[in-house]
Design a protein around this ligand. Structure first.
Ligand code: BMA
Length: 317
């Protein structure tokens, strides 16, 4: 384990309340600065087990004021959202906040479903909603057709005139590129799980990549064969973001506190967003799928800690 990440001493920062829509869990949150305020859009699990999205705001990054009602709920007549909406990530892109989230539903009975959905015919789709004011959202719906995928992370700018969208096509991190939404020119694997390491089972992007002078810094989660979730990072080439140039040999965060080890799903730390402040990232993460936590890491130190990668999933040893 890398010793660079400092947990906020008063974690968790958000816990479930007695409101039915966020009574079971509040977790994985998108995060963004809007003026002098941080806005978190978090996944809330209600008494019915379905998720919607809540909003919380803060000036210091740790003390948040919540809104009473979800700011976004699953659309009633949307066949892709019958089991809720989950795990938002947010990017300010071309003049609007783009909120990408996972639309969850079940495949119709007897429909072929992906091999990883072993116990039930779970269907997940990456969906998009856009907003300028965090009050009204324009729902654009599923952006990658016909693909069971999640963990979407949109780059804040185009490269080579292409929109770049990371997502997790099981078990890899993939990159869709295209000049217009919905019409992707290609979809390629950029990083794979690594056998013998902490991320040997499957991996997925955290919050949107952050531009540094060394490359795009991406926080990601790795899951091992024991179903432990950890957080690490990789650096993607500034001009060719499908190229991984460096990657964490060790995670910087793994479950060790009680609230990370025991909850709705044990041994999970899962991030969907972070903000920059004074050369550091404040990383927000869901812990044991029940509460929302925060911690900081120095950006330069994190970048320096990454080890050169030869190609997707391959480390120079
Ligand atoms: C993922 C998502 C996340 C969750 C994680 C750990 O597949 O469902 O919302 O935090 O699993 O259970």
């Amino acid at each position: 384990m890398l010793d660079l990440f400092k947990r906020y001493e008063k974690n968790p920062i958000l816990e479930p309340t007695d409101k039915p829509w966020e009574a079971k869990a509040v977790l994985n949150a998108a995060a963004v600065w809007v003026g002098d305020e941080i806005k978190l859009i978090y996944r809330a699990i209600g008494v019915d087990g379905k998720s919607s999205l809540g909003l919380a705001t803060s000036k210091d990054g740790y003390n948040f004021t919540r809104f009473d009602e979800p700011i976004m709920k699953a659309e009633e007549y949307n066949e892709f959202e019958t089991m809720g909406i989950e795990d938002p990530r947010i990017t300010f892109f071309e003049g609007e906040y783009h909120l990408l989230y996972v639309a969850a539903s079940l495949y119709p009975p007897n429909h072929p479903h992906p091999t990883w959905a072993t116990d039930r015919p779970w269907r997940v789709r990456v969906s998009l909603a856009k907003t300028k004011d965090f009050k009204t959202f324009e729902r654009d719906g599923v952006v990658i057709d016909e693909l069971d995928t999640k963990d979407p992370a949109l780059f804040p700018e185009r490269t080579n005139n292409k929109i770049r969208l990371l997502h997790r096509d099981y078990p890899n991190i993939c990159l869709c590129s295209g000049e217009t939404w919905y019409r992707w020119d290609d979809n390629i694997i950029i990083a794979e799980p690594r056998e013998g390491m902490w991320d040997n089972d499957r991996i997925g992007a955290g919050g949107p990549p952050i531009k540094t002078d060394k490359g795009w810094l991406l926080i990601y989660h790795g899951i091992d064969h024991q179903h432990v979730y950890r957080q690490g990072a990789m650096l993607l080439d500034l001009e060719h973001p499908s190229k991984v140039i460096a990657r964490s040999r060790e995670p910087f965060l793994e479950p060790s506190e009680v609230y990370e080890k025991n909850g709705v799903v044990d041994n999970v730390v899962f991030s969907c967003g972070m903000v920059q402040k004074d050369g550091e990232l404040i990383i927000y993460y869901g812990a044991a799928d029940r509460v929302l936590c925060a911690g900081t890491i120095n950006i330069n130190q994190l970048v320096e800690s990454l080890e050169p990668a030869l190609a997707a999933g391959k480390l120079i040893r």
